[in-house]
Design a protein. Structure first.
Length: 494
């Protein structure tokens, strides 16, 4: 690769200052590197809730990244507007000879990057794109007939067979920090060359407030979620102590058996290579189970990359036109955590209250919506996309289609989660249920999973009147199950 006098490194889903592939190559092949982040209005304007925890999570991460660059004698240029306009504009203004980015796999992001690459090409500015979010991408893991995998287990086996230690080596960004631009090394430029307003580079070095972005402060800092690069490292170090029990604890929502790194992986405040490397070289079933979960990320990203139609349609086309009843009243009960099934309701209230939901509960609540309430999986997918701090299009879509039996490698349509037996299995003493359903705090253990079975006298004794303090079940699971089986059995291909 040629050497550039001045380059631009655009941060996106990679908000960290270590083991960063694009930044590493920008620093290695440039004398001066400008680092930029864009609060992209093409994305932000689509968010209807102006108290969005994800925006605030990004804001805190960008703030920490900015401070880290300053400590290294540099700056982060923080812009607000359409990235499709601002990145070419900024590159021209600083006389950049190249732009460096890490690859994104979502359809809209791919279109955005192609748009920007075309604009830059008109000025003979190359855009160098690198793999950073995943270990393997595009055509690196294919079937024996050179096609993308559609079943996870064969994909995982091929993924592991291909993996080498070199795939997990960190990119030593710190080795090249001296190449970063500082506040006193701004290139000169001629405003007459531009047909658009120039960017105030001094002003762009300051973090923009949430209010100027059009958003309000949330309760994010009150939640037990450490933020930014440092928060990600803190969580990872904590997880190492109980990773050995991951395979045992990961399905128990009352246990802190998860890594809680999903939001950090989503926004790149931690390196996927560092996590995979640790899990791959660790011994024990816990680490290997967690490694498998991390490989699922790669699998779902490549599924979306090769089959972008799954954003709106069933992967299995025979299930595209399922005759869902889509009862709005029941949908609202599900969203509010008022279905009468305690584990389902506790999961939904956890989501609404914290922006997080335990992975097992994502499956239970999703299954209940689709296969007990006969509501289109796309309704639930959209709701999760609005509420989850760790929302990732590929994983969210893949998970919902798995539950709905419409996706690749899906749960067979005739297997339907029983919300009561699931509750008894994953929360046997009702500890998690009582945490999010305080109205059931006095409910005896033997009834905590099905409180509608309490007699009137028993209800009075535990200050719980079913239908008043807590709803009775909005559907009978056994009847709903039979309806769903018929719905899937009788569906016709489009």
């Amino acid at each position: 690769m040629r050497h550039y006098s001045t380059s631009l490194c655009w941060f996106r889903r990679d908000l960290r200052l270590y083991d960063h592939v694009a930044l590493y190559h920008a620093l290695k092949h440039s004398s001066i590197v400008y680092c930029v982040f864009v609060f992209d209005t093409d994305i932000l304007h689509k968010l209807s809730d102006k108290k969005d925890r994800r925006v605030e999570f990004i804001w805190h991460s960008v703030h920490e990244l900015s401070l880290a660059l300053r400590k290294n004698g540099s700056a982060l240029y923080i812009l607000h507007g359409s990235a499709c306009q601002l990145i070419p504009q900024f590159a021209l203004q600083i006389n950049a000879q190249a732009v460096f980015i890490n690859r994104d796999y979502e359809p809209d992001a791919i279109k955005r990057d192609e748009n920007i690459a075309q604009q830059l090409a008109q000025h003979h500015i190359p855009i160098n794109v690198y793999k950073d979010q995943v270990i393997f991408d595009r055509n690196e893991v294919l079937t024996g007939t050179n096609k993308p995998f559609s079943i996870f287990t064969p994909y995982k086996n091929a993924w592991l067979k291909k993996l080498k230690n070199s795939d997990l080596h960190a990119y030593p960004v710190e080795k090249y920090f001296s190449a970063l631009a500082n506040q006193d090394s701004l290139n000169t430029f001629n405003p007459k060359e531009f047909t658009f307003p120039t960017i105030d580079l001094k002003k762009a070095q300051k973090i923009i407030s949430l209010s100027l972005l059009g958003f309000k402060k949330t309760d994010l800092t009150d939640l037990a979620l450490p933020l930014g690069m440092s928060g990600a490292q803190e969580l990872f170090e904590n997880f190492k102590y109980h990773m050995a029990h991951y395979h045992e604890w990961r399905n128990l929502p009352s246990m802190k058996g998860m890594s809680y790194l999903s939001a950090h992986l989503r926004f790149g405040t931690i390196s996927i290579r560092s996590l995979i490397s640790y899990a791959y070289h660790a011994t024990g079933q816990g680490a290997q189970t967690w490694l498998s979960e991390l490989i699922w990320r790669d699998f779902y990203k490549m599924l979306l990359y090769y089959h972008p139609y799954v954003m709106d349609h069933a992967f299995k086309t025979q299930f595209e036109n399922l005759a869902f009843t889509n009862n709005m009243e029941r949908f609202l009960s599900w969203k509010s955590g008022l279905t009468g099934y305690p584990l389902v309701d506790a999961g939904m209230r956890q989501l609404n209250n914290t922006g997080f939901m335990h992975n097992r509960l994502r499956m239970v609540t999703a299954s209940f919506l689709v296969k007990d309430l006969q509501i289109d999986w796309r309704w639930g997918e959209k709701y999760f996309s609005e509420k989850l701090i760790d929302f990732d299009l590929s994983s969210n879509n893949g998970g919902w289609q798995w539950v709905a039996s419409t996706g690749c490698d899906a749960q067979p349509w005739f297997r339907i989660f029983n919300p009561v037996t699931q509750s008894e299995k994953v929360d046997p003493n009702g500890d998690f249920i009582r945490l999010y359903l305080p109205e059931l705090i006095k409910c005896p253990n033997q009834f905590i999973h099905a409180p509608w079975k309490l007699s009137i006298n028993q209800q009075n004794s535990c200050d719980l009147i079913i239908g008043k303090d807590y709803p009775g079940p909005i559907v009978d699971h056994a009847i709903a199950r039979e309806k769903t089986l018929l719905l899937y059995k009788n569906t016709k291909s489009p």
